[in-house]
Design a protein around this ligand. Structure first.
Ligand code: 5RP
Length: 222
């Protein structure tokens, strides 16, 4: 296991203390969340999971973690997810795993949101990680050109066969290489006003607790 994997695992294990028997838990997507799912399965804590991707659903089924549809629960106690980058104001970029739409829906419907990250993801300002934007395939070429005109340096995300990757909800992902994002809320407002954009990976004022795995574990709380 790499040093970074160890840090991810440390953060994931530390998140277990926020989960209790009988809770409805939103379950994020990604390699850090995989450690969380393994820890939940090993702990025998009995939760009902609401997943944020087909991938996470399959892993839960393999590990024996019960899952249900988001529309079949009346609340979500806590959601635990990874992030691609977090800033000093506890804003974040998500969607590196192309699951940002479901991740945001689950997060916005949760009583509490916790992110688990390794310390390489913490920066003063967001923008080192390209910002994923989930778009409707129809007209996505026009959006690409509009982003180019805005100097957003857009790149359509493709698979190993150079075909656009398709999200769980049937959309494309365009990654914006922006450099420092000085005002995430202004950018979020702009993106939310563009027709054809389904969702973007800026998570502003959403997370309550960030668990950062380094040589030890650090907590940031809102
Ligand atoms: C998926 C995400 C993930 O939370 C993010 O990419 C972090 O993944 P990892 O834990 O593998 O570094 O937003 O859409």
């Amino acid at each position: 296991m790499t040093v970074q994997d160890n840090k991810k695992k440390r953060a994931a294990n530390a998140a277990l203390r926020y989960i209790e028997d009988g809770m409805v838990v939103g379950l994020g997507t990604g390699t850090t969340v995989l450690y969380l799912l393994q820890a939940i399965a090993a702990s025998k804590i009995n939760i009902l999971g609401v997943t944020t991707s087909k991938k996470t659903t399959v892993i839960c089924q393999q590990l024996g973690i019960k899952v249900t549809d988001i529309d079949d629960v009346d609340h979500i106690d806590v959601t635990i997810d990874g992030a691609d980058e977090v800033d000093t104001y506890m804003n974040g970029i998500k969607g590196g795993g192309a699951a940002l739409l479901m991740e945001k829906i689950v997060a916005k419907n949760s009583n509490k949101n916790i992110w688990i990250v390794d310390d390489s993801k913490v920066h003063d300002t967001l923008g080192t990680f390209p910002l994923p934007v989930e778009v409707i395939p129809y007209g996505s070429g026009r959006l690409l050109r509009k982003f180019e005109a805005n100097d957003f340096n857009p790149v359509l995300r493709v698979d190993q066969n150079h075909q656009p990757i398709i999200t769980d909800s049937g959309h494309y992902i365009i990654d914006l290489h922006l450099g420092d994002i000085i005002n995430p809320q202004t950018l979020a407002d702009y993106l939310e006003n563009q027709v054809g954009i389904v969702e973007h990976g800026l998570f502003v004022d959403i997370v309550d607790i960030i668990i950062i795995g380094g040589d030890s574990v650090t907590l940031k709380e809102r």
